[in-house]
Design a protein around this ligand. Structure first.
Ligand code: C2O
Ligand code: CU
Ligand code: CU
Length: 497
């Protein structure tokens, strides 16, 4: 099958026109389109193909949950862990007996996990063998600007770049992914997403589940074409690309054998645009212990439903001791629109071992923020004239423009005013924030801890208190519905020292 490469499909050309904005659908769902016959063709192939193949190969709970390999450093001398990653094509078996081409880190999806320790620097040399530009961003990390993966800082094909991560922040579940402007969505979809688990001493002291009982779960939806390849559609809803299969660690709705003990599951929503409402079957609760880049919460919270918008993370503990061997617990997505998008994965309980892990009553001191010194308001809108563009304060991304100029070490109150009919998961680089309010909603305390991404619902306002800590320099903030970010819902801040 002929894969469409970045460039061929004209992804960075201005391809969304008013004409095809309303493509094919009478007033109802707004649809974006990549111009050109190939895009339309592939759009048709999707539905025909998926109809033809609504068969066993996409059935849930058929495959065991894969665990992405943990990357071995190439050297650990001088207090630095050095890694090398080649971004390249690779064949992966996702659907039984078939291979799917990945353009990923080491040719895998998810890419290899990096395990880092607070206070120990990590250097990752990313070698670009993709045949197209790439940028790597470590989401949730506090890094000097030249290593943040600003969309301008592309690694051209055939070249490499070494990112340096100081790891001075608290332990947290981070992830690295594609960040080139105009091709982040397609790049992530093709496979460029992986976990980066940062651990610190305080966390190490707690008796939380570890080793094989500490499991990253990268959740991402995909469509497959008739040739079993990821299908990045030519036409898609205005809210971004949604897949009709849910993949966890690269497997379609997998099953995981669990012992009767505690597990720490690190949930990451790595989907381009889909929001999940995760809940266990039988109304069982999960205990949330960490969120986003803030890492451990002050204390654990039992929750029946955890909502994750694109890029959000939640670490949860599930206690499988309450279940008899043979029990099957399904992790459901209550927000799914179909059978397949409602089934995330299944836990199959087997006998227990002796449990030594526990969930402490207190996890860690909250982050204290200095008093607010300023406020900024960002209006989130859709402009369709002359072409579709998502905007922040009436403007699309411009790398020559600075949209905010906070000072290092200060706190500001930011209002994201969503004046559109779409949800925008807003994300800040470098700076983390606490959510103060989202419309008039009652916020769960776990959602008010230190975060880096927050869902701003249609026609509501989210107010956050942002702490600018770390390094001075130029960083982006943007909508993490990846198609929105690519279509210019991105702005820049210049943090001054
Ligand atoms: Cu997860 Cu600017 O990205
Ligand atoms: Cu980020
Ligand atoms: Cu958006």
């Amino acid at each position: 099958m002929q894969r469409r490469r970045q460039g061929e499909a004209g992804f960075d050309e201005r391809v969304i026109t008013r004409r095809n904005l309303f493509h094919g659908v009478a007033g109802a769902a707004l649809v974006c389109s990549l111009d050109g016959p190939s895009a339309l063709l592939s759009g048709q192939r999707t539905s025909a193909g998926l109809r033809a193949q609504a068969t066993k190969r996409l059935a849930p709970f058929q495959t065991d949950l894969p665990i992405p390999p943990v990357l071995e450093p190439v050297s650990t001398s001088g207090g630095v862990d050095r890694y090398e990653i080649t971004m390249r094509a690779g064949d992966q078996q996702i659907l039984e007996g078939e291979t799917t081409e990945i353009l990923g880190y080491e040719g895998m999806f998810p890419g290899p996990t990096i395990k880092a320790k607070k206070g120990r620097r990590v250097e990752v040399t990313q070698i670009n063998d993709l045949g197209e530009d790439a940028v790597v961003h470590l989401h949730g990390a506090v890094t000097p600007p030249q290593f943040d993966g600003h969309p301008d800082d592309v690694i051209p094909p055939g070249e490499e770049f070494t990112y340096e991560y100081p790891n001075k922040q608290r332990g947290a579940t981070l992830w690295y992914h594609e960040h080139g402007h105009g091709f982040t969505a397609k790049g992530v979809y093709e496979g460029r997403a992986a976990m980066y688990l940062l651990e610190d001493k305080e966390e190490r002291k707690l008796d939380l589940p570890r080793g094989r009982y500490d499991v990253p779960l990268m959740i991402a939806d995909r469509n497959f074409d008739v040739d079993n390849q990821f299908l990045y559609p030519g036409t898609f809803p205005i809210d971004g690309v949604l897949g009709n299969s849910i993949l966890v660690n690269g497997a379609v709705s997998p099953r995981m054998r669990v012992e009767r003990r505690l597990y720490r599951l690190r949930l990451l929503n790595a989907s381009n645009a889909r929001t999940y409402e995760l809940a266990l079957s039988h109304g069982e609760s999960m205990t949330q212990i960490a969120a986003d880049s803030g890492g451990l919460l002050p204390k654990p919270y039992k929750r029946r439903v955890i909502t994750l918008c694109p890029a959000e993370r939640a670490d949860v503990i599930i206690d499988f001791r309450n279940f008899t061997p043979g029990s099957e617990l399904v992790l459901r997505n209550r927000a799914g629109e179909s059978e397949s998008t409602r089934k995330v994965m299944r836990f199959d309980v087997v006998r227990g071992g002796k449990e030594t892990a526990r969930v402490p009553k207190r996890l860690r001191d909250p982050v204290l923020m200095p008093a607010v010194v300023g406020e900024r308001t960002f209006d989130l809108t859709l402009d369709t004239d002359p072409e579709l563009e998502w905007q922040i304060n009436g403007l699309g991304f411009d790398h020559d423009r600075i949209d905010a100029d906070p000072s290092l070490g200060t706190t500001e109150r930011w209002h994201w005013v969503n004046s559109s009919d779409s949800m925008h998961p807003m994300h800040t680089h470098l700076a983390h924030f606490k959510v103060e309010s989202v419309g008039n909603r009652l916020l769960h305390p776990a959602d008010m801890a230190m975060k880096d991404t927050v869902a701003v619902p249609p026609n509501e306002t989210a107010t956050v208190r942002v702490l600018f800590a770390g390094y001075p320099g130029r960083y982006v903030f943007h909508c993490h519905a990846l198609e929105h970010g690519d279509r210019n819902m991105m702005a820049q801040m210049q943090v001054s020292s």
